[in-house]
Design a binder for this molecule. Structure first.
Ligand SMILES: Cc1cc2nc3c(=O)[nH]c(=O)nc-3n(C[C@H](O)[C@H](O)[C@H](O)COP(=O)(O)O)c2cc1C
Length: 367
């Protein structure tokens, strides 16, 4: 048996194998950003006994929306939708975590009910949001007033409570990929001079306050944090990622988290990093030396490399993103060494069943 298919305990969660479904926004919720039949079908297809699925990032409030038909987790209706997804995964014996997410300066007024997107600081940004009318540059953002911060923390707390009401097994805080929490962490985009900016202690304060709030709801051993210490997605940068993320990992030790989820430097958002010269060295292997709880590594893994990082001891489980889109039975394919189907980027974002929940399972008969 390879290590990938051996059991592992992440906080309060017992897994029977270490192949994890990475969080992936697919923009297929129903009206009102409610998870509906399509999402129930998608996650249910990918559930395996004792296998962890992490959901796409649902917005904790309407002001955090970046992608049309991406689900939310602020309303009762949305919570009921997540319950349907969680129930379907549980029926297959699977384990289900929902992410909690806010897009910050990447949002667009067509998605925020007209509210100006929020960010720690105003720093010009040319990235795009996906609105009902198509792909547009994110709307100009404004600086978050210090008095607004408790309200934002409360949105994450409400998301955590709704996730609990939906019966999921835990929550993963999306602090990666250039969205709101990452915008606070990184000195290239956080130019504040108050208690939430300048020093790394201050830049990490927003994250830590949110973690405190959701640990209060769930207990640490069902809470996780996702970081992209070398990430540039969302046009972000930090002058010293090792210092920033080393500090963050150290601070997170006190919460006894279920796991820390680290995106490897070879990935930028939903792409391979095509520019190796900009690859920074901060990865699961470096944060392993600082963070004392379980680690999930993500980014560009296939069966062999997943086993290698587990064997090296640099991670406890491995998340797969793009290959899970095209292989509903990825777990079985990896376990049996079956061919892995290539993914189709055109069907990643938005649409119907096509390229989402109509992908073929490997035909046993053809073996
Ligand atoms: C279509 C798509 C949507 C994604 N959405 C999210 C998301 O909602 N939250 C998140 O943390 N990462 C998101 N990611 C990043 C993936 O979780 C993962 O880190 C990335 O795809 C690299 O892993 P891979 O090489 O196995 O695909 C997304 C990636 C893709 C391809």
């Amino acid at each position: 048996m390879t290590k990938l298919f051996s059991p592992v305990k992440l906080g309060a969660i017992n897994l029977s194998h270490r192949v994890v479904h990475a969080p992936m926004t697919r923009m297929r919720s129903d009206d009102g950003d409610v998870p509906g039949d399509l999402m129930v079908e998608y996650y249910s297809q990918r559930a395996t006994p004792g296998g962890l699925l992490i959901s796409e990032g649902p917005a904790v409030g309407i002001g955090g929306r970046v992608y049309y038909r991406s689900p939310g987790i602020w309303s009762e209706e949305q919570t009921a939708g997540w319950k349907r997804v969680a129930d379907a995964v549980h029926q297959k014996g699977g384990v289900f975590f929902t992410q909690l997410w806010h897009g910050g300066r990447m949002a667009h007024i067509d998605l925020t009910d007209g509210a100006t997107p929020l960010a720690p600081s105003v720093v010009p940004f040319n990235g795009v949001a996906i609105t009902p009318r198509g792909v547009f540059r994110a709307s100009p953002h404004r600086e978050i007033g210090i008095e607004e911060i408790p309200g934002l923390v409360d949105q994450f707390r409400r998301g955590a409570k709704n996730a609990k009401a939906a019966g999921v097994d835990g929550v993963e805080l999306h602090a990666a990929n250039g969205y709101l929490i990452d915008q606070f962490l990184l000195d290239g985009v956080n130019k504040r001079t108050d208690a939430y900016g300048s020093s790394v202690e201050n830049r990490a304060r927003f994250l830590i306050e949110i973690v405190e709030a959701i640990v209060d709801v769930w207990g640490g051993d069902r809470v996780a944090v996702r970081l992209s210490p070398s990430g540039k997605h969302g046009d972000v940068l930090d002058s010293n990622p090792q210092a920033t993320f080393g500090y963050v990992a150290e601070q997170l030790n006190r919460f006894n988290l279920a796991y820390l989820h680290i995106i490897e430097p070879r990935i930028v958002g939903d792409h391979d990093n095509e520019d190796p010269s900009t690859q920074a060295p901060v990865a699961a292997a470096s944060l392993r030396k600082i963070f004392r709880g379980p680690i999930i590594a993500a980014g560009g893994f296939v069966g062999d490399t997943a086993n290698e990082i587990l064997e090296r001891g640099d991670a406890d489980a491995v998340a797969f993103g793009r290959y899970f889109t095209s292989n509903p039975d990825l777990v079985k394919r990896l376990q049996r060494g079956l061919p892995i189907a290539n993914y189709d980027r055109d069907s990643f974002y938005g649409g119907d069943r096509r390229g989402y929940s109509d992908l073929p399972f490997y035909n046993d008969v053809a073996m």
